[in-house]
Design a protein around this ligand. Structure first.
Ligand code: NDP
Length: 490
């Protein structure tokens, strides 16, 4: 009898737990993978003989990375932020944020600028470079950059964020940068009086639609379900825009083009089971993001979707002294404020890790001479002149010997702004062979129209007055170097 009752109680408890788990899953809680911490020999004395040492190396430059930098630098621990290909991260492409704690309305770029300033004020240093490889098999860890630097990291904070997803439908690649994009803030001005569509039903889709509305004739948000996932307050804001509408139960199947630019799309109405064609000149994708974990997936434990796994309530990854913060490990909240909180936790974890392993003021003094010194790096750059008028343009492409590269940009375009410093380095490298100019879209719209520039950034290459090359996507330093190098006669 006793045993039977015991079995009944145990069975009931088991059912209750299972029921609870199923319920949790239904409301969005999935079981987090708890990574087992690998063991590694951390001997602080090894730091004394290493070169280019950095006690806290932060990879990324969004709110998670910058908040981490504020905390570790304020703890008086030398901190380096390796900014990556997208300084400022995804927030740079967001217009106003209404839920950044303590601010009712603030531009995404302003959040980044203020955090950067704060981190610098506490002594954090910044490297405009991208990590190409890490060695996390032995401590101290090694970080290698595209710019050729090798940094010895005593602790690492990974805050590499996520990348917008693409659909993979026919026409998407072919018309990328020719009407298809993920950046409304960059390309909205090219869609004056156009009909455009935004794909997706989240906050990003609404954000993109609001950025397009002042320019486009009609903006249609295409949602695959019968409802949007976006926050109710964001959906409410759409009502202020008379030229924005939402079409439900539709899936994008194909992007069609004419004269090298998007001219229409084919969509599938999954409620009425039929295809239909829509004439549009712009397709803006806002279908979510995937974590940027390519560099770490060999060394660190990740979940089935690729998000880095962390231990309990810490930001500890599966390697001691390596912490992750922000969207790279967060498939649930994906909020700037949450990323900032993760960054703070990661920095506190990193500081505790260093102290637990013998890092002290004394040790900081000993390794001062071996610290990675950003200031000493002569990342030499060439100031690029600006072209403002058609006359200046005509002179530039006829008077200069050799190739002439024009970079069409705008300071509200995040990918343009992150490409400019790299272009200045490339301009320095090719100083004797190629002439570079930048063209601000805001002050040279006529020239842009005349040269059929329909998205930014766009690079045009001229020689002897003739257009010989065009590229209308963002490039990193290496890609820019290779692209420009192609036009040099040997
Ligand atoms: P989300 O993951 O929130 O939404 C993605 C949307 O794209 C969903 O509606 C999804 O549909 C749809 N989608 C996914 N795949 C496809 C597909 N193949 N075809 C058609 N539709 C597809 O991503 P967001 O980028 O919108 O937002 C990410 C995070 O950033 C969120 O947490 C959001 O709150 C935050 N954010 C906040 C902003 C702000 O506060 N100002 C601005 C922008 C983002 P389905 O619902 O059917 O899965």
């Amino acid at each position: 009898m006793m045993n039977f009752r015991y079995i009944l109680v145990k069975g009931f408890l088991l059912l209750a737990v299972m029921g609870g788990l199923i319920g949790m899953k239904a409301i969005g809680f999935t079981k987090k993978i708890q990574p087992k911490l690998k063991s590694i020999d951390v001997n602080m004395h090894h730091a004394k003989s290493a070169k280019n040492v950095m006690p806290v190396a932060i990879i990324g430059s969004g709110p998670a990375a910058l908040s981490a930098a504020v905390y570790s630098a304020r703890a008086r621990i030398d901190t380096l932020v390796i900014q990556g290909n997208t300084p400022g991260g995804a927030l740079m492409g967001t217009s106003y944020i209404e839920n950044w704690p303590s601010r009712t309305k603030i531009l995404g770029k302003q959040v980044i600028d203020e955090l950067t300033e704060q981190a610098k004020a506490f002594g954090a240093t910044f490297l405009h470079d991208t990590v190409s490889r890490l060695n996390l098999t032995e401590w101290p860890y090694k970080i290698y950059t595209e710019g050729g630097h090798e940094i010895t990291a005593l602790s690492v904070v990974i805050a590499t964020g996520s990348t917008p997803l693409t659909l993979g439908v026919p026409g998407e690649q072919e018309y990328w940068g020719k009407g298809v994009t993920t950046c409304a803030i960059c390309d909205a001005p090219f869609h004056k009086d156009n009909d455009v569509v935004v794909i997706g039903g989240g906050d990003s889709a609404i954000e993109e639609a609001m950025q397009l509305a002042p320019y486009a004739k009609q903006v249609t948000i295409l949602v695959r379900k019968d409802h949007m996932r976006a926050a109710a307050s964001m959906q409410e804001r759409l009502k202020e825009y008379s030229n924005v509408c939402v079409r439900y139960n539709v899936e994008l199947k194909k992007i069609i083009g004419e004269n090298d630019h998007v001219s229409g799309i084919q969509i599938f109405d999954n409620k009425n089971n039929h295809n239909l064609d829509l004439p549009v000149q712009g397709v803006f994708l806002a279908i979510g993001h995937e974590p940027n974990t390519e560099l770490f997936k060999e060394a660190l434990r990740a979940d089935e979707l690729g998000y880095l796994s962390i231990v309990g309530r810490t930001q500890q990854t599966s390697m001691p002294g390596v912490f992750a913060a922000g969207d790279v490990q967060d498939n649930r909240y994906k909020q700037a404020g949450v990323a900032a909180g993760d960054g703070i936790k990661a920095a506190l974890d990193a500081v505790a890790f260093l102290q637990d392993h013998g890092y002290s003021t004394q040790m900081a003094k000993i390794i001062t001479a071996q610290l990675f010194d950003v200031k000493a790096i002569s990342n030499e750059r060439l100031q690029i002149s600006m072209l403002k008028s058609n006359d200046e343009f005509q002179q530039a492409i006829t008077k200069n010997q050799g190739p002439v590269v024009l970079d069409f940009y705008a300071d509200y375009c995040p990918s343009c702004m992150r490409m400019l410093p790299d272009l200045e380095v490339v301009a320095h490298n090719f100083a004797d062979q190629v002439t570079f100019y930048k063209v601000d879209m805001d002050s040279a719209q006529e020239l842009a129209t005349q040269l059929h520039v329909k998205s930014i950034p766009t690079l045009l290459v001229f020689e002897d007055g003739q257009l010989i090359g065009r590229y209308n996507e963002a490039m990193n330093k290496k890609q820019l170097h290779d692209f420009v190098g192609r036009f040099i006669k040997v």
